[in-house]
Structure formats: C-alpha cells, structure tokens
Design a protein around this ligand. Structure first.
Ligand SMILES: Nc1ncnc2c1ncn2[C@@H]1O[C@H](COP(=O)(O)OP(=O)(O)OP(=O)(O)O)[C@@H](O)[C@H]1O
Ligand SMILES: CC(C)(CO)[C@@H](O)C(=O)[O-]
Ligand code: BAL
Length: 287
C-alpha cells in the first residue's frame, strides 16, 4: 500500500495505477476504522481493480461546539487494517494540504441538505460536499463507495456528483453500501467508541425502537403517533435527547405523512451520554 500525504505523491500513485489500466474505486473515510469501513473496502474491490481509501478528519464539516478535537484518530492501526485488505493507495492529507491558506470555495447542495442532520448541524453538509468534491477531483475515481448509515450524506453526494459531473458518467458511480450492525442491531460507528458500557448497552434501543415503529407503520398505524412512540421508546431507554425522528422520501428526504409507492426511509438522530448517534432503515409500503 502506498501512503500519500501530499497531492504530488497522490497524483503519481493514481497515474501509476492508471498506466497499468486499472479501474479505480475510492472509499472516503475519517479514519478510526471499523468493520463498516472495511465492508466498504471489500465492496469496492468488486467494483474496481484497485482501491484507494482517504482518511481525513474534515474540520469544515464539524460545528464550533462539536467533537473535532476529540474525534478518534487511530492512524497506525488504520494503516494496518487497510494493508491487510489489499488497499493500493491511502490518501491522508494534512489540513493544510486540503485547505491551503486563502481557501475560499464552498460547495452547497440545496434541498436534500436542508432538513434532518442539515438542520441539526448547520453547515455540516456544505463541509461534506466541499471535501468530497475535492476528494473526487484529487483521486478521480471511476466509482466511489459510501455507507447507507449516513443516508442523507449519500443523497447529498449523489446529487452533487450528478450536478457537477464529478465522476465518470455511469448511473451507478456512487455506490451505497448497507449498514453494518453489531449483533444487538446498533449500527457500527466511529463515535460508538465514546459510549460508556452502560450507554453502549442502552444504545441498542435505538434500532429496536425503529424496527418496532416500522412494524407499526406496516400494520397501518398513523405516522405522527408512531414517530412519537419511537421518540418515547428511545428516551425511556436512557437517551438524553432527540434531534429528529422522521419518515422521509428515500431519495429527496422530504418528510412524508403516509406511506405511498415511492421508497420511504425512517431516520433518527439522538444523543446519549454526550454522543450523537444516527440510524436509518428502509420502510416498505404495506402490501
Ligand atoms: N456501520 C456502517 N455500515 C456501513 N458503512 C458505514 C458504517 N459506518 C460508517 N460507514 C461509512 O463509512 C464511511 C466513512 O464514515 P466515517 O469515517 O465518518 O465513519 P463513521 O463510523 O460514520 O463515523 P462517525 O461516528 O463519525 O459517524 C461513510 O461512507 C460512512 O457512511
Ligand atoms: C464522506 C466523509 C469522509 C467526508 O468527510 C465523511 O463525512 C464520512 O466519513 O462519512
Ligand atoms: N459519518 C459522518 C461524518 C460526520 O458525522 O461528520
């Protein structure tokens, strides 16, 4: 595995892979790698001949009172894991390499960025879109993979990639990978490392409440009381607060007040012991 920390080294690594005729996949991450990330890397191998992974804790997507400084950084262990997965290229820029002095550009995706995490974390998706746009231009992959755990992020990136012609013109150049979960249903997340043993045990109530709510919707329960019941379940399990519990159109993320023919998604963000967790699950219309 070649590790690049400057754009010059990255470009020569990408050029060398291209000279060998290789189709290239990119898996963008913020490091502190877990089985969810490694699943993206394995899936990437099915879409390309060579896999590039980026590790960059992107300051632009953290709000002023968020966990940028505390965010887990486990670079040596991350390198070991990626090497074992046969990753060809690791792109690990410094903040100065990504955002040189005078950097003044912002990529903002209207509509799909506005609600849910976009409302709870103002500016977050501008930060994500800006850095992912740069990553695409830096690596120029044929295909890029993202986790469905961050469903709204995936929708934002798909919109941006289409609007700005950022990746090769394949309809499926942005690949979403289903959420990898612990045995008790909790979605794997780098931020799970913040949880105390007690909070970690309580956190399994989040996907459980979502599954119960989806079962109620499928059985014909009305949306508003079902969302209220999910909130109550999560708070009763020990969560401190809820950013949102929402039923939304899976593609546009617009809120829904009933199930129709278009795919729907139940999305939740809630806080426990100072840690913000997100999750989402597909909701099928009752047959
Ligand atoms: N459990 C998971 N299953 C599938 N993909 C995942 C999972 N967790 C993260 N990913 C994906 O890995 C990529 C990198 O995510 P990131 O490095 O932010 O990790 P994370 O676990 O989501 O961290 P955080 O705790 O900050 O949300 C993203 O595309 C994200 O959706
Ligand atoms: C896509 C991403 C790497 C951009 O910083 C980040 O938001 C993440 O890890 O999900
Ligand atoms: N995986 C999402 C990155 C973030 O929360 O900033």
């Amino acid at each position: 595995m070649q590790t690049a920390t400057t754009l010059e080294v990255l470009r020569s690594g990408v050029d060398a892979l291209r000279a060998e005729g290789k189709r290239l996949a990119l898996v963008p991450t913020m490091g502190a790698l877990h089985e969810g990330h490694l699943t993206l890397v394995r899936e990437a191998r099915a879409h390309a001949d060579a896999v590039a992974v980026s590790i960059f804790v992107n300051p632009k997507q953290f709000g002023p009172n968020e966990d940028l400084d505390a965010y887990p950084r486990t670079f040596a262990e991350d390198c070991r894991l990626l090497e074992a997965e046969g990753v060809a290229l690791l792109w690990a820029p410094t903040v100065e390499a990504m955002y040189p002095g005078g950097f003044a550009t912002n990529v903002s995706v209207a509509g799909v960025s506005d609600g849910l995490c976009g409302a709870a974390r103002p500016g977050h998706f501008d930060g994500v879109a800006t850095v992912v746009c740069k990553l695409f231009n830096q690596v120029r992959p044929d295909v890029a993979l993202f986790g469905e755990k961050d469903w709204q992020q995936l929708a934002v990136i798909r919109r941006m990639a289409r609007d700005l012609d950022l990746v090769a013109p394949y309809a499926d150049a942005i690949v979403g990978v289903p959420t990898v979960r612990e045995a008790d249903g909790l979605a794997l997340s780098s931020r799970n490392r913040y949880l105390s043993p007690e909070a970690r045990a309580q956190a399994a109530a989040l996907p459980q409440a979502m599954r119960d709510g989806i079962a109620a919707l499928m059985a014909g329960s009305a949306v508003a009381p079902t969302l209220a019941a999910i909130e109550a379940h999560i708070l009763q399990a020990g969560f401190d607060s809820i950013d949102y519990v929402a039923l939304a159109d899976a593609a546009s993320l617009r809120p829904l007040d009933g199930l129709g023919d278009a795919p729907a998604r139940l999305l939740v963000a809630a806080r426990i012991g100072g840690t913000r967790l997100i999750d989402n699950i597909a909701v099928a219309a009752p047959s």
